[in-house]
Design a binder for this molecule. Structure first.
Ligand code: 6R9
Length: 650
């Protein structure tokens, strides 16, 4: 490991910070020694209709049961909207910046209240009730946030599906959640190109119907005005519906443990899992992490560039910032449209103070050249953040020195869909920064490193990252499959939550996430199960077998490398390669596009028939000098063929 420069907390950061190093130490100690008292106090940061008397009731053993604030009653939309009306009704809640730089708008908290109430009344009018699952398949427009908040207002459980997913992927999620109400738009708009959301929805609904889930209504927001198909009686225009409902809707009193949302995420096996989050603990954790990690102060303009289709969009575009009464910027576009200066232009235009993005975007913009950054002022910036994947020190330094001009702390935030909120991250006034390290755990988070046998590693060590006790934002179950929840997260190392990530702890107690240790790859900060891509490939009539691994990619972090064996009689060709790429995109979505396809007559297997992925990974990395032990292979000659046909020759 090469030496990295430590950046000390600068006096200006410390001066304005809500948490300094001493407070961090004190609070952290209290949070792990007496979680009841600590969270009992901090749970009060949100408003409760009925205060909780029980704080924590959790076990990671046996059936695994996680309950926080279990007898409290609250409502998420009330906390994100209504409670701010008195003090900041006229403050901007959402700044929307369109794909087109001339397209923007501002929505105050009072206007947000109006939109959310009307939206909620539309849902109610069409029979959506507490506990029902509502699928949201939307572009990044304010109506996506209204839809989310409207669901929480009436106690419906939203399941957002990223707009880049295919009809098949959307259908799978509709079916798994047994969701009969879908909210979408005519088309999305990104980087000047349209995305046929309504058309995809129509196709997904047909697929879902074949799986016995009948969607009753589709609520369609008009975004582009493009032509769409229409099913009378089923499809509803949002603008027609909202015009005829009242602008008042009382928030439902929700139990802290009532389901809030489902969000599907990829794992190492099988279909994506429905990660279920509940109401009270999630909101307390999202709100508290948003405030302290970004050192958020009243009046700050805050921008997270994620999409609401991912957990980062849930927690740090919508729920965290709005529960804190922040002004949150929602961006419809992409980093390089119309030019690679877009992010920095938006920062100047809206005087953004806190900016949170992904390493993949930083690397891409770094590659485009400093001149695109330097023509902007960026003087409003105060805090920079990253999320989604490990950040290489080179990208970190560029972000810190060029974008932030050495003035702004970079908070490298490690967390997961499952954790609900940020788990390991610097707090700007409390931690010295080391480029590439997520530094130290947030309050209440107890990381532990274990070796493959489960032995606990102390001090400086490299191992598998577990969390040993619950925190309020933790997922509660896999929707509809609690057994899978236990199996996936609590059985590898019994009684501990296993993250699936590898991690090093240095001599200062700093954590360095090294990446997934399971069969999940991280492409541009998005999780992709290799098994999902494999199953998409083998669903093509020409493919008999496929094995998918990740390999290091300069911009995306990891690329998708596929080894494909064809059916007898099929002949490898460039056309077939293109067809297979297109097929995977159709099956899953563009984010799963294979970067490399290697046709291989056979795959390396053990005598018991297990594919040896370790070898495939090495070949994909063009690092076959160190293949390790190949003596257990059924046919060692397979490897020579794989090496000579490799697609990543350096
Ligand atoms: C929030 C989010 C989770 C996986 C996680 C890890 C990787 C996220 C990271 C990071 C290194 C960071 N990851 N943040 N790795 N440093 N700061 O991204 O959730 O989509 O569920 O992905 O992403 O591998 O396990 P999700």
């Amino acid at each position: 490991m090469s030496e990295v420069q430590t950046h000390r907390v600068q006096p200006a950061w410390k001066k304005r910070a809500l948490i300094d190093d001493k407070t961090y130490q004190q609070w952290y100690a209290e949070s792990v020694e007496s979680p009841e008292a600590f969270w009992g106090e901090h749970g009060k940061r949100i408003d409760w209709f009925r205060p909780y008397t029980k704080v924590k009731n959790t076990t990671f053993s046996g059936d695994v049961s996680i309950k926080w604030f279990e007898d409290g009653l609250t409502n998420v939309s009330y906390n994100c909207v209504d409670r701010h009306l008195e003090k900041r009704g006229d403050q901007v809640a959402i700044i929307w910046e369109g794909d087109n730089p001339y397209d923007d708008k501002k929505i105050t908290y009072r206007e947000l209240h109006d939109h959310v109430c009307r939206f909620a009344n539309v849902l109610k009018k069409h029979g959506v009730k507490k506990g029902d699952r509502v699928t949201i398949y939307m572009p990044m427009i304010p109506e996506a946030a209204y839809a989310m908040l409207a669901c929480t207002r009436i106690g419906a459980v939203h399941s957002i599906v990223f707009g880049g997913f295919s009809p098949d992927s959307l259908a799978g999620r509709i079916v798994d959640a047994e969701s009969t109400f879908v909210i979408t738009a005519d088309e999305g708009l990104r980087g000047g190109r349209t995305i046929p959301l309504k058309e995809n929805t129509d196709r997904a609904i047909d697929i879902a119907a074949k799986n016995f889930v009948m969607v009753k209504n589709v609520l369609v927001v008009r975004r582009t005005g493009g032509k769409v198909g229409w099913a009378n009686g089923r499809d509803l225009w949002y603008h027609d519906e909202v015009a005829s409902v009242p602008a008042e809707c009382a928030p439902e009193q929700m139990n802290a443990e009532d389901p809030l949302f489902i969000l599907y995420t990829s794992g190492s096996t099988g279909k994506p899992k429905g990660v279920l989050h509940t109401t009270g603990g999630y909101l307390v954790f999202a709100s508290m992490t948003h405030q302290y990690v970004f050192d958020y102060h009243d009046g700050d303009i805050y921008w997270c560039t994620a999409d609401v289709g991912w957990v980062t969009g849930h927690s740090y575009i919508v729920y965290g910032p709005l529960s804190n009464g922040a002004t949150t910027l929602m961006f419809e576009g992409v980093p390089n449209y119309p030019s690679p200066s877009r992010f920095w232009e938006v920062i100047d235009k809206h005087q953004v103070n806190i900016f949170y993005t992904a390493p993949t975007a930083i690397r891409a913009l770094m590659g485009a050249g400093d001149q695109h950054v330097k023509k902007s002022s960026r003087q409003s910036l105060r805090t920079l953040g990253t999320v989604g994947e490990p950040i290489n020190p080179e990208a970190w330094n560029w972000y810190f020195n060029v974008v932030g001009e050495g003035r702004c702390p970079v908070v490298d935030t490690w967390w997961q869909t499952e954790t609900g909120g940020i788990m390991i991250s610097p707090l700007p006034g409390a931690m010295d920064l080391k480029p590439g390290s997520a530094t130290r755990p947030f309050f209440g988070v107890q990381p532990q490193l274990v070796d493959n046998e489960g032995n606990v590693l102390e001090g400086a060590a490299d191992g598998n990252l577990c969390i040993v006790d619950s925190w309020p934002g933790q997922m509660r179950t896999v929707y509809g499959d609690h057994e899978r929840f236990i199996q996936t997260y609590f059985s590898t190392y019994t009684g501990k939550y296993f993250t699936g990530d590898g991690c090093r702890r240095d001599e200062d107690g700093y954590y360095w996430i090294t990446g997934r240790v399971d069969d999940v790859i991280n492409v541009s900060g998005h999780r992709m199960g290799t098994a999902e891509v494999e199953s998409a490939l083998v669903s093509h009539p020409t493919v008999s077998e496929a094995a998918v691994v990740g390999y290091p990619h300069d911009i995306k972090g990891q690329g998708i490398y596929c080894y494909v064996s064809l059916m007898a009689g099929e002949v490898p060709s460039e056309d077939l390669r293109k067809e297979l790429v297109a097929h995977v995109r159709r099956e899953i979505g563009a984010i799963a596009s294979p970067d490399k396809i290697q046709f291989s007559p056979s795959l390396p297997k053990t005598r018991s028939g297990k594919i040896m992925r370790r070898i495939l990974r090495k070949i994909a990395e063009d690092d076959f000098g160190t293949l390790g032990d190949t003596s257990t292979l059924a046919d060692p000659a397979v490897v020579d063929d794989l090496i000579s046909n490799r697609q990543n020759k350096k």
